[in-house]
Ligand binder design. Structure first.
Ligand SMILES: Cc1cc2nc3c(=O)[nH]c(=O)nc-3n(C[C@H](O)[C@H](O)[C@H](O)COP(=O)(O)OP(=O)(O)OC[C@H]3O[C@@H](n4cnc5c(N)ncnc54)[C@H](O)[C@@H]3O)c2cc1C
Length: 352
């Protein structure tokens, strides 16, 4: 049985290692042309330390990739404990595919015909599966910035929903040597450059910011449920059947509230390896495991609808609190309820 994995990102690279352990050798395709200076898809590189369980499964260790812990983070002015850290994602991706048969080219439908099973691990591109039943993506802009303190206070990690209009937030993730990923992502985001410039201006008394590079991106916040079908069976030209099955962000394993997709895409890849090659069982487990993503997506839909202009309902605030609790973020319930309110404020004029 010939197997191809399209995409050597987090999900595809990890899946290749897991399948190899099970005696399934796949051809992995990825042109790797990201138009970013770190040579990886635009990403903040923030993960929970719990990622180590997944890394250990393929013989890797978090300590070898750890850049900085983010054990405390500022959430719109409230500092809370977190189990988060930043990791050297480009190096992690390289190590995932070190033993794989990696082909530095993209996989298109024509070449894919040669394979009995094709895994669509192409993230936001979703190159081989049909379109999601109801897609929702969120544009982002991220800078890598060298930050110098004008005093003794170091810029801390943080997430600020009150810094941008509409649904979304601004993040500050330290990535070593006083460099930071500072980015914004939001639905309906306009003038992302001027929002980041305004943020730098507001803090210019305390810090000097020197931009190293910048990249635009996009995150699928549709949820797996609204990203169905998660697989299709296709008749090939020679009348045999081919299975195309999605993994990771191509099928929406991303938290719709936070855009966090690394650890969930690893978990999804593990589910696929564990149920290989049973797409029905895999679909059932993905939809059950990530049912909370469907609820978060529905909150976004509500807040984007005319009825949602009045702000989040009790159930939306509860989902936000559950999100923080799931991620191990120590936001007290009342504070989490308030933060959800600030996330949904629409500031009409970003330059005001
Ligand atoms: C700005 C930004 C910041 C983010 N920050 C974080 C964060 O801090 N923490 C977090 O957990 N998540 C974050 N995310 C989300 C996270 O990056 C993704 O959810 C995660 O990388 C998904 O992994 P994946 O393997 O499914 O997809 P990807 O990482 O996107 O990998 C897909 C791969 O497929 C390749 N590809 C595309 N088309 C083809 C083709 N036809 N053939 C072969 N290969 C192809 C691409 O080159 C790519 O390497 C962020 C996203 C953005 C945009």
């Amino acid at each position: 049985m010939k197997v191809a994995i399209a995409g050597a990102g987090i999900a595809g690279g990890y899946l290749a290692g897991l399948l190899e352990q099970r005696g399934i050798s796949a051809d992995v395709y990825d042109e790797g042309d990201y138009a970013t200076s770190c040579n990886c898809r635009s990403c903040g590189w923030g993960v929970p330390t719990g990622i180590n369980t997944y890394l250990n499964d393929v013989g890797l260790d978090l300590n070898d990739y750890l850049i900085e812990p983010m054990s405390s983070m500022n959430f719109d002015g409230l500092v809370a404990r977190t189990p988060l850290c930043t990791v050297d994602k480009p190096r992690l991706l390289q190590d995932f595919t070190r033993a794989a048969r990696l082909k530095r080219q993209n996989l298109g439908p024509e070449k894919a015909e040669e394979y009995d099973i094709v895994v669509d691990a192409t993230g936001i591109v979703r190159a081989l599966l049909p379109p999601c039943r109801s897609d929702l993506t969120l544009p982002t802009l991220q800078h890598r910035v060298a930050v110098e303190s004008n005093g003794s206070e170091r810029l801390g990690a943080g997430v600020y929903g009150n810094q941008i209009p509409g649904l979304g937030y601004l993040w500050i993730f330290p990535v070593g040597n006083n460099h930071y990923h500072i980015g914004i992502g939001g639905i309906g985001l306009i003038q992302p450059n001027s929002l980041l410039e305004r943020f730098y201006r507001n803090l210019s008394g305390r810090y000097s910011f020197t931009r190293q590079c910048g990249c635009h991106g996009s995150v699928r916040v549709a949820s797996p449920y609204y990203s169905t079908p998660l697989y299709v069976r296709k008749k090939r030209n020679d009348d045999t059947t081919q299975l195309i099955i999605g993994v990771g962000e191509s099928i929406g394993t991303v938290s719709p509230f936070t855009g966090e997709g690394i650890v969930y895409s690893l978990e999804c890849a593990k589910m696929l390896a564990d149920s290989w090659p049973n797409p029905e069982e895999y679909t059932r487990s993905v939809l059950a495991r990530f049912a909370w993503m469907k609820k978060e997506r529905e909150t976004l839909d509500y807040l984007l609808s005319p009825e949602g202009k009045g702000g989040p309902r009790l159930q939306d605030r509860w989902r936000f609190f559950c999100n923080a609790r799931r991620s191990g973020i120590g936001l007290p319930m009342l504070e989490a309820f308030k933060r959800m309110g600030s996330l949904s404020q629409w500031v009409e004029n970003p330059d005001s």
